[in-house]
Design a protein around this ligand. Sequence first.
Ligand code: B12
Length: 484
Amino acid sequence: MPKAPFILLVNPWITDFAAHDLWAKPMGLLLLGSLLRGGGCGVALIDCLDRHDPWTMASPDLLPGRDGAFGTGKYPRAVIHKPPAYAQVPRRYHRYGIHPESLTRQALELPKPDLVWVTSHMTYWYPGVFETIRHLKRVFPDVPLWLGGTYAILCRRHAETLSGADFVASGSLDELPCRIEAATGYRPANGASWSPLRPPLAPALDLLRHLPYAPLLTGLGCPYRCPYCASSILQPFSVKRSAPALVEEILRCHGEHGVQDFAFYDDALLVNADQALKPALERIARLELGLRFHTPNALHIRALSRQWCDLLCAAGFRTIRLGLETMRRDRQNEWGGKVETEMFSRVMRNLREAGLAPEDTGAYLMAGLPGQTVEEVRESIDLVREAGARPFICEYSPVPGTGLWNEACRLSPFELAAEPLTHNNTFLACRREDFTLDDLELLKAHALAARRQPRQASKQDADPACPPGPSARSVKPQDRDSKP
Ligand code: B12
């Protein structure tokens, strides 16, 4: 039997105008870490986005990071040259994450790996991925390096041509055990567990050096086919984990690592949630551990009955983001008919009656999609505020393979297919005369002003049924859009 390989997992740097650690951990790598270990492989992880890396914190040539509320925070960063595609963008461009020297040191402290696996997230963050790959290739020139994750799947050809990776993994999970065997001679013992149809294992969170919060995934996939979203391309099958597995993971994170803040990554957290999430949260609520849950990814409004709102409150949900998209009925239908304005008003009432403070409730509103007008986004911001929630602008990022992609390519003045940097949500790929970058900035400012506008005090606000948790309610990651 050949020796089990040692595989180094690497979460790459981010390159962007702005980036904030809004509960962002490399879930894909952490799940792979679990599978590899289960199959007998040795595994280590280097997180280029570690905000508490001691070597980086001691480096004067980086702008320092900062801790925010509920485990979130700012990454350390360095100003770098803007790629030519962004020449006209009047903002500084940064590399976010650890010092390059720290990456070298961490890599050299480990045994030489048999394979290096780099993940990727947003398609427009590829320069950070390429820099990570170049760096790792300098440290381990003769070790095969594989690239996977969101960018690798959505822009496979771009990655194969330009990334410098030896292999771009864009296929199904169950192909990987065979590929590992072909590359190393060793076949992971748990081949069947790599099926995309099996619920994911618990992520190997112990591979991270610091755990100010934990990411949670109750399942993968989404039954909806929203024309702007790539979920069904990235995870074609829907699978859910079991209630005992979820409770065990939450209690282990809390017990072993002292984690109090948990962020859900599911595309469809409340869809078919009666089997697992519901009993898991009921158990957590009974234990009264003072845990806090956050949903930076939007919740489906349709599913939020009064009972669900009561349960979210009892379990300790503190950041609630609702996927409203728009207040315009015709557009709601066009984007999949998941939500109606009346549903939103009802849900706001349910949340308030359950005792969840309106300042904890944000509503995501899409902006900059093909065909959308400035007026409809502005109206939606006002209506959200009137309903008592906090409006957040979610700028459209065109994603290859999605329903709106061809139209976005047709309308955009840029080469969206050739240059993934144009997918950047702050770049406004589908800008036009009647929806300019300035219009977007004004809408974001309008949403920010609406969030800061003092609310009218009401009986529920003065006497919340849901008592405040141990941390202050005043400093909030909710105050920022994902990209301020
Ligand atoms: C959770 C999530 C977030 C989280 C953070 C996640 C993170 N870690 O950074 C939050 C809520 C903060 C977020 C924010 C945003 N997000 Co988001 N997010 C997601 C979501 C729903 C899930 C990602 C995830 O963790 N999946 C689960 C893991 C297990 O999957 P995975 O990483 O792909 O890994 C698997 C495989 O790829 C493989 N794999 C991974 N790496 C490797 C490496 C190797 C070598 C191999 C072999 C295999 C492999 O193994 C895993 C096995 O299951 C995706 C949609 C989706 N369904 O993927 C959108 C998605 C990635 N987000 C998207 C967008 C647009 C955004 C925002 C810009 C939204 C906005 N307008 O504000 C912001 C920007 C974030 C920022 N910081 O600037 C887009 C990406 C668009 C793009 N152009 O790339 C997506 C695809 C949604 C969509 N619209 O279709 N997001």
